[in-house]
Design a binder for this molecule. Structure first.
Ligand SMILES: NC(=O)c1ccc[n+]([C@@H]2O[C@H](COP(=O)([O-])OP(=O)(O)OC[C@H]3O[C@@H](n4cnc5c(N)ncnc54)[C@H](O)[C@@H]3O)[C@@H](O)[C@H]2O)c1
Length: 370
């Protein structure tokens, strides 16, 4: 397989997680980095000393060795940077979620989809967490066809970001877009169906209440319930709580059907688990048939080197392996622009439903482009 030489656009917390994981890949390296913040740039450069440090996206694209791209800049820049890349040098690209942040941006995606000649893969790390992948693999047999799917995330508050960009909905798309697009993507991935209706309740109740930046109060939400009806008739629910970092597990997914239930329990980042509590929890999958009864639990340990390389249970590495194959023409893109649209559209619909108190019919939204 030809060597992948990444050009990295945005190298803050997540960009650096990508650097650590690219370093573990076979036949891959980082050829160039564009990171405007001096402190982040210095850290990134120390982590990838062979990379050329550039001053703009255009300069990065001019580095001949670069043959694929990763975008890990703030959310509101993703679409415009994809457009700039399309115009200058459309290479295979892995773009962090969310793909876009505002309803009025969606039509630009349709143009991009038609014009872009190389693979665009939207980064959805949660699909590649080993316990989640195991649940997806076994769900049909364990449930006999999922009728109810629940995803619960109980975690720590939003971390501080460069320039505090994540404190405002206008930069992120809103919590149900920024954070929860992952879970809406997982719902479609697990149920193999598209959603038709979204109902939500959410708000800012505990975190960020006193936070003011440049005279503006942070408006991001820290908790929500979202109910989604799918075309298949399945129902899904998301429960998000961002003031629950005392939890043993961060993500808990359960899927139930006529034959039984399957669950997975995924711990949060090991670096946040207190030393005095001993080793961090290990992910697990539990299958609970109805007849004969008898739940069976298996632990899903993840290579410690991969766990240490990021905050996402090893998934960033597995996603890169697959992106690498797609960039080299050895497999198709698994998370397409259409998948990226759905994940954001569901998040925007949930934000709207929570704000208005009304259900949102996804076939009727103005930003529909798939
Ligand atoms: N998939 C996941 O699980 C996951 C997890 C965390 C973050 N993310 C996504 O990754 C992206 C980055 O988030 P983060 O947590 O690393 O935030 P961050 O603030 O730590 O990093 C973003 C970086 O982008 C840089 N930047 C600002 N303007 C830029 C520009 N014009 N061009 C290039 N870079 C620019 C900032 O200086 C900063 O270093 C976001 O879109 C976020 O949603 C994804």
């Amino acid at each position: 397989m030809p060597k992948l030489n990444y050009g990295i656009i945005g190298c803050g917390m997540m960009g650096q997680e990508h650097l650590r994981n690219i370093a573990l890949l076979e036949n891959a390296g980082v050829a160039a980095i564009f990171e405007p913040d001096p402190a982040m740039r210095a850290t990134a450069s120390a982590m990838a000393p062979k990379a050329v440090i550039t001053g703009s996206v255009a300069e990065l694209l001019a580095v001949e060795a670069v043959n694929c791209l990763l975008i890990a800049s703030p959310n509101y820049l993703h679409l415009r940077q994809l457009e700039e890349i399309a115009f200058i040098r459309p290479l295979p690209v892995l773009v962090e979620k969310p793909l876009f942040t505002a309803p009025e941006d969606a039509p630009r995606l349709a143009a991009l989809r038609v014009a872009y000649p190389a693979p665009i893969w939207v980064a959805m790390e949660y699909r590649y967490m080993p316990p989640v992948a195991r649940l997806v693999e076994e769900a049909e047999a364990a449930t006999g066809g999922i009728r109810m799917l629940t995803i619960r995330e109980h975690r720590f508050p939003f971390l501080e970001k460069v320039g505090d960009w994540n404190r405002f909905n206008s930069n992120t798309g809103g919590t149900l877009v920024e954070k929860c697009c992952h879970f809406f993507d997982l719902m479609r991935h697990i149920l193999k169906s598209d959603p038709v209706r979204v109902m939500a309740s959410g708000g800012q109740d505990v975190n960020h209440l006193e936070e003011v930046y440049g005279g503006e109060h942070s408006d991001i939400w820290d908790n929500a319930y979202v109910i989604v009806d799918f075309a298949s008739g399945a129902r899904a629910m998301l429960e998000l709580c961002m003031f629950a970092e005392g939890s043993r597990y961060q993500e808990e997914i359960s899927a139930v059907g006529p034959l039984g239930k399957i669950e997975c329990h995924v711990p949060g980042p090991g670096r946040f688990w207190p030393d005095h509590l001993g080793a961090p929890p290990v992910a697990r999958v539990v299958v609970s048939p109805r007849d004969p009864k008898g739940p069976k639990m298996v632990e899903i340990p993840v290579d410690p080197q991969l766990l240490a390389a990021g905050d996402h249970n090893g998934s960033t590495f597995y996603q890169h392996q697959r992106f690498q194959r797609a960039a080299n023409g050895g497999q198709s893109v698994e998370v397409s622009l259409d998948d990226g649209w759905w994940a954001v559209a569901m998040g925007l619909a949930a934000q709207q439903s929570a704000a208005t108190g009304k259900a949102v019919d996804l076939s009727a939204v103005s930003y529909r482009v798939v």
